[in-house]
Design a protein around this ligand. Structure first.
Ligand SMILES: [Zn+2]
Length: 96
């Protein structure tokens, strides 16, 4: 998943603010990181973030999770393609 600084930068580009408090809350506590990225909790956490920091912060919270999901699946896809390619090569089916 992108480092937290990438999230600051993206928020800055789209809103003019880094929304560090939102991104740090999501990423910087290893014991709560998975729970805070749980998409089944978006409504509950989103409400809290909106009440505390406003509607734009809520959107940045959702964007953060969106970007993490996208990055994670891109990585999984790359690993899967490499595993398929290595396996085909191992059995002599593909030779490049
Ligand atoms: Zn994250």
């Amino acid at each position: 998943m992108p480092p937290v600084g990438i999230h600051y930068k993206k928020s800055l580009q789209t809103t003019g603010k880094e929304y560090k408090e939102v991104h740090d809350w999501l990423d910087n506590d290893p014991s709560k990181k998975a729970e805070r990225h749980d998409i089944t909790k978006i409504y509950e956490y989103g409400k809290e973030i909106e009440e505390k920091y406003g509607k734009e912060a809520l959107q940045q919270y959702i964007e953060h999770i969106h970007d993490d999901v996208k990055a994670k699946f891109k990585h999984i896809e790359e690993d899967m393609h490499k595993a398929i390619s290595d396996t085909l090569q191992y059995f002599g089916i593909k030779r490049d």
